[in-house]
Design a protein around this ligand. Sequence first.
Ligand SMILES: *[C@@H]1O[C@H](CO)[C@@H](O)[C@H](O)[C@H]1NC(C)=O
Ligand SMILES: *[C@@H]1O[C@H](CO)[C@@H](O)[C@H](O)[C@H]1NC(C)=O
Length: 286
Amino acid sequence: MRFRAKILALSVVTAIMAYSWRDTFVAESLRGAKVLVTGASTGIGEQMAYHYASFGAQIIITARRENVLKKVAEKCLELGAQKALYVPGDMSNTTDPEKVVKFAVEALGGLDYLVLNHIGPSPFAMWDGDVEHVRWLMQVNFLSYLQMTSSALPHLEKTGGSIVVVSSMLGKMCTPFVGPYTATKFSLSGFFGTLQHELAMQRKNVTVTICVLGLIDTQSAMDKIKGYTSMKAYPATDAALHIIKAGATRQRESFYPLYTYFGSLFRDWFPFLRDLFIQNSYNYEP
Ligand SMILES: *[C@@H]1O[C@H](CO)[C@@H](O)[C@H](O)[C@H]1NC(C)=O
Ligand SMILES: *[C@@H]1O[C@H](CO)[C@@H](O)[C@H](O)[C@H]1NC(C)=O
């Protein structure tokens, strides 16, 4: 009995420790850091660009729309970025991911952070059997991440750099209406989890940080879920700062908001209740 109590106490302490890393972040560590942020024209990516800028980083931002990127880059310079350039890229195009990394490495003379954040649009609806859409989304949300990682790794090894992967609670738990998106996020968890092992076993000084996010109040997310659920959404700017800190402190996995941590922890404890809860948290009539 006393042994069990000790195990329980140890588990609780470990859980608290796992979440209390944030205090170790030093803003100064990002001054002059060479950062590439994808999906940076709107939402969490845009907010990350602004945070990196205010910490005095040198950043390259990418997304599809050049006119929007230009505005974000200008604001980054106003906020204090040492350098802020943009490069348009379409991640559904199989040659663009490599092209973007090349541009960043050449423009900055190296790379410290590869922040993979972009996603392609996907309907919020029950799956209609469209496999072609899943194939397309896999390229945008998953394969392009691998292409960029592959191009950036040699440069990250030189600087002891980091790859930051923006994932989701939906890369840990299945919910209705988001099959293709969930598939891409589970793929990211699987692939980058493996990469973490391999980099460690090869004693390579490159860290991979996987960020598990809950519902964030970006325009695109809010438009999608409107009318389906009344779940609370958390601010994109806080999510962005959380991701940056997790990357800078070289965390393996990081959770925002806190409920995603407990959700992941307790995911498989009561599957029947979990599924009942998930299915009842949406308004849906067949
Ligand atoms: C990908 O982009 C390149 C230019 O960057 C272009 O030549 C090529 O046609 C594009 N491919 C597709 C499939 O759109
Ligand atoms: C790994 O990289 C980090 C960050 O660049 C650096 O602080 C650290 O000294 C490096 N460690 C080794 C063993 O080279």
